[in-house]
Design a protein around this ligand. Structure first.
Ligand SMILES: NC(=O)c1ccc[n+]([C@@H]2O[C@H](COP(=O)([O-])OP(=O)(O)OC[C@H]3O[C@@H](n4cnc5c(N)ncnc54)[C@H](OP(=O)(O)O)[C@@H]3O)[C@@H](O)[C@H]2O)c1
Length: 255
């Protein structure tokens, strides 16, 4: 049975998509568990949303690369909020724009451990709570990079192809349960993503120069829509790009 106020756990809620999802879902009456390494940001967000919407919210430090950290965050969230219904495995990053053979170990590990292992650890820890509730929805955050590889993105693309594979496998594995599985796969969206990837503010700004890119709220709206559909409806995949982006390699830029 669909809960009146779903309890939604979001990793990577300290900026970008995760923060926007928290704001949008709080406005819809969802209770929230918000995690990231920058705990002061998620704590401030939780405090703000409790005040603004009268929801319950738990904020915790989590490093999704580390099993013990994820397990502790998920357990504390479920205990504080009285269970979990929705998991959004959003925490992720691209690190650098290296050709495959130039990729340093540090960047390789950061992307694979966060984008692949972190997603497994989050869902592995959270799924028992969805099963206990008898109603659940799991969101993966993939990317156009999981549909179309590009130069300088081999490891990031590999990680997002991995996300797509995990979403498809999990949907088969939970078939027969009231657990929906959706992958939301955005194209270029203006968040802190390019700052983290390029480690240079000017270069990051140039990525979006002359383009009306997706905003974090556009992506959050996709999550809201999938979540609010009737229980028998599962949106497998949302591939969403801004109008200016026809493909990974074709982006219209205004002067
Ligand atoms: N922006 C885009 O163009 C785009 C397009 C397609 C897909 N995506 C995907 O969307 C997701 C969110 O990205 P975004 O655009 O919102 O970027 P963002 O603004 O940089 O947000 C990334 C979030 O992930 C968190 N995070 C990173 N590593 C983490 C770790 N080890 N443990 C816990 N949290 C971690 C960050 O929090 P802390 O640093 O505080 O831990 C932050 O809250 C990522 O999976 C990304 O690959 C982005």
């Amino acid at each position: 049975m669909r809960p009146e106020h779903p309890i939604v756990l979001i990793t990577g809620a300290s900026s970008g998509f995760g923060e926007a999802m928290a704001r949008l879902l709080a406005s819809q009456g969802c209770h929230l568990a918000l995690g990231a390494r920058r705990v002061e940001r998620v704590q401030a967000l939780a405090d703000e949303l409790i005040k603004a919407h009268g929801i319950k919210a738990y904020a915790g430090a989590v490093d999704t690369r580390v099993t013990a950290s994820v397990d502790a965050f998920v357990a504390a969230a479920a205990e504080q909020l009285g269970g979990l219904h929705v998991l959004v495995a959003n925490a992720g990053l691209a690190s650098g724009t290296y050709k495959l053979w130039e990729t340093p170990d540090e960047d390789l590990e950061a992307m694979l451990r966060t984008n692949v292992e972190g997603v497994v650890k989050t869902i592995r820890a959270g799924l028992p709570h969805l099963r206990q509730a008898g109603w659940g929805h799991i969101f993966f955050i993939g990317s156009t990079a999981g549909h179309q590889p590009y130069e300088g993105g081999s490891v990031y693309c590999a990680s997002k192809f991995g996300v797509k594979a995990m979403a498809q496998s999990l949907r088969l594995e939970v078939n027969g349960e009231q657990i929906r599985v959706t992958s939301v796969d955005p194209g270029m969206a203006e968040t802190e993503f390019s700052d983290v990837r390029l480690k240079d503010r000017d270069k990051a700004k140039a990525v979006y120069q002359g383009v009306k890119a997706l905003s974090a709220y556009d992506v959050a709206e996709c999550i809201r829509w999938c979540l609010m559909l009737p229980d028998h409806v599962n949106i497998d995949e949302v591939l969403v790009k801004c109008v200016d982006q026809a493909s990974v390699h074709k982006v219209h830029r205004r002067a």
